[in-house]
Design a protein around this ligand. Structure first.
Ligand SMILES: Nc1ncnc2c1ncn2[C@@H]1O[C@H](COP(=O)(O)OP(=O)(O)OP(=O)(O)O)[C@@H](O)[C@H]1O
Ligand SMILES: [Mg+2]
Length: 268
């Protein structure tokens, strides 16, 4: 399937809360070219006991605005796949194209620029900078990208995810759910075209996790961000339009979730 993928430059959609209904029809994920294409991607990393062949020939084509649940047993390569897609690990073989670029051929500088422009990542452990306040954590990537409005955009994003009353708290002064909301704001504020979430509710209680997930899908729906969501929770994967299953570094399942339409999976 991925051999037929043609990756179009991803559009930058501007407003924080642009209703889906106002999107031009040309941006409909049903008609747009793929956002992401992986062809024969392999990843081997060195460990003390030798080389580990982690991804063993991944072909994956993702449509613009699509939501994909990535599932599979522990150690199957889900996080490694996310790292390769984000350009945080370089594929040993094969190509990764995102936002109209073959990122396997980019220099470190251009990769960093690609990530700032196009990719938002939410990790299980939040990965906030402990010595920075909530607003500084969110503003930092935009500041690095030269955005003069970084702080006002960060504030708007934090208000949008419901932690506007915690702008000047440090991560240690925030609950787990609040920290994950800050991490979501950080991922979304620069308006990425691709959002990668690695077990974003893994460290949250059920209710807080549900709130964070609702927020994630709501933000996706409003901005038509392409979403890859790694999860061990089948019910959560079922909220995506499509589920990709990994095993031993290979895709062993790829199916559409019945009844899920693009944009229809926002808040249940
Ligand atoms: N830096 C590394 N060096 C060597 N091997 C690694 C490295 N990172 C991961 N691995 C190995 O690659 C395999 C896949 O790891 P990965 O973290 O991608 O799995 P996963 O599917 O995300 O698992 P989980 O569900 O437990 O998070 C594992 O066997 C892991 O031990
Ligand atoms: Mg993992």
């Amino acid at each position: 399937m991925a051999k037929d993928c043609v990756v179009a430059p991803a559009p930058k959609l501007h407003p924080l809360a642009m209703p889906t209904a106002r999107l031009p029809s040309s941006l409909s994920p049903l008609h747009a070219a793929p956002a992401l294409a992986l062809r024969e991607v392999h990843l081997s990393l060195q460990s003390t006991s030798g080389s580990v062949h982690i991804l063993r020939g991944i072909d994956l084509c993702v449509e613009l605005g699509e939501t994909i649940g990535v599932v599979g047993p522990s150690g199957s390569g889900k996080t490694s796949l996310l790292m390769v897609i984000a350009g945080l690990e370089q594929a040993t073989r094969g190509t990764v194209s995102a936002a109209g670029m073959d990122i396997t051929r980019l220099s470190e500088d251009r990769l960093a620029h690609f990530r700032r422009e196009h990719v938002g990542i939410v990790f299980q452990n939040f990965h906030l900078i402990p010595t920075m306040t909530a607003i500084e954590n969110v503003a930092l990537p935009m500041e690095l990208a030269g955005d003069r409005d970084a702080f006002s955009r960060a504030e708007a994003a934090l208000i949008a995810v419901g932690v506007g009353h915690r702008l000047h708290h440090f991560p240690s002064q925030l609950s787990g759910g609040e920290q994950q909301r800050v991490a979501l704001a950080r991922a979304f504020a620069p308006e990425p075209t691709l959002l990668l979430a690695d077990e974003p509710t893994g460290n949250l209680d059920g209710e807080t996790g549900d709130e964070v997930i609702n927020l994630l899908f709501d933000l996706h729906r409003r901005r038509r961000t392409t979403l890859l969501l790694i999860t061990h929770d089948p019910a959560l994967a079922d909220r995506c339009e499509r589920i990709v299953e990994l095993k031993d570094g290979l895709i062993v399942g790829d199916r559409k979730v019945p009844g899920r339409r693009p944009g229809a999976q926002a808040v249940l």
